[in-house]
Structure formats: structure tokens, C-alpha cells
Write a protein that binds this ligand. Structure first.
Ligand code: S3P
Length: 177
């Protein structure tokens, strides 16, 4: 895959713990693209962690930062861009994502997600007494948003990040041939 094959960026969306970062890094290495993560861009610009932003300024403020970040990425080329799990919740964001490049949704079942993230403490939305129930609830609500935003979906539940990246590359090549 390269610029002359018509793909300039790849966008990864999906719930927390679906493998966006791991798969994104592998994709970027394989395609010789740069790798970016919108959460990391926000943390860098704000000089503080996502959890701190949620705590001090609230989720709506964070969501505004997400939209501004997507606006700033519109002229980027040759990037694999991983996005925060709630990026698809705003209609404007979906249009901005699609303008950046093909959008690939990574999926996983609630139990898989829970097992992957349970030892991590940095996700404010899951800092609740029953994270598995919360994952199920948020996933059910977000399903239609993810589906609407995605050009392609890959279920990562039973796949290694390498296998997911391979599937995405096969799909990208089939589009450009
Ligand atoms: C969020 C997911 C997080 C981060 C923030 C909110 C969400 O990103 O943006 O904690 O709403 O699902 P990851 O999906 O990279 O963990």
C-alpha cells in the first residue's frame, strides 16, 4: 500500500480494548506509514492525562477536543490514526473521520474487552463498580454509531493483532486493485 495505490491514511475506530493501538502500530510498520493516536495528541496538547481532563473539565470538554483534533488531521497523509473509543458519537466526527481515509472498525465481545482492560486504570468511563456491565451497556448504545462510521469491520476477539493487521491490509489492497 502506498500513496500511488490511492490510500493516504487509515483510520481505526472501535471500543476501548479492541486492539486499535496494537493493530495500528503494526499496520503503520507494515505500510511504512506514520502512526498517530488521537488520545495521545490530546494529552500532549493539554499537558495532562485523559483521566485528568475528564475529572477536571468533564466529558463534553474532552469530546470538543476530539473534534478539534480530527479537524487538525484533515491534511495529513500516510498516517495510521487510532481514535478514542467515543470518537464516533458525534455526527460531525464521523464525516471528519471519513474525510481522513478508509475507516476500519475493530470489534470484540464484552468479555474479551473486559479481560483485556481489567488491569488498566487509565480509562475514566470504566472506573465503575461493575465494569463488565458498563462495557455491555456502552457497547449496545454505540453499536449503531460504530457501524455507521465504518467502511470495514474486523472482529479481533479471537485474532492476534498481527492477524487483524493482515486482514486489514488484504482488504486495503483489494480496494486499490
Ligand atoms: C473513551 C475511550 C478512550 C479515551 C477516553 C474515552 C471512550 O480511548 O478516548 O477514555 O469514550 O470510549 P481508547 O478507546 O483508546 O481507550
Amino acid at each position: 500500500m502506498s500513496a500511488d495505490e490511492g490510500v493516504m491514511n487509515i483510520v481505526l475506530i472501535g471500543f476501548m480494548g479492541t486492539g486499535k493501538s496494537a493493530v495500528g502500530r503494526l499496520l503503520a510498520a507494515e505500510l511504512r506509514f506514520h502512526y498517530l493516536d488521537t488520545d495521545q495528541l490530546i494529552e500532549k496538547a493539554e499537558g495532562r492525562k485523559i483521566a485528568e481532563i475528564f475529572k477536571t473539565d468533564g466529558e463534553p470538554y474532552f469530546r470538543r477536543l476530539e473534534t478539534e483534533t480530527l479537524q487538525a488531521l484533515q491534511d495529513y497523509d500516510n498516517f495510521v490514526i487510532s481514535t478514542g473509543g467515543g470518537m464516533v458519537l458525534k455526527e460531525d466526527n464521523i464525516a471528519l473521520l471519513k474525510a481522513i481515509g478508509p475507516v476500519v472498525l475493530l470489534k470484540a465481545g464484552p468479555k474479551t474487552i473486559y479481560d483485556r482492560i481489567k488491569s488498566e486504570k487509565h480509562r475514566p468511563l470504566l472506573a465503575v463498580p461493575d465494569p463488565l456491565a458498563e462495557i455491555k451497556k456502552i457497547l449496545a448504545y454505540r453499536g449503531p454509531f460504530y457501524d455507521r462510521a465504518a467502511d470495514r469491520a474486523v472482529d479481533s476477539s479471537d485474532l492476534t493483532p498481527e492477524a487483524v493487521a493482515k486482514e486489514i491490509i488484504t482488504w486495503l489492497r483489494s480496494r486499490s486493485s
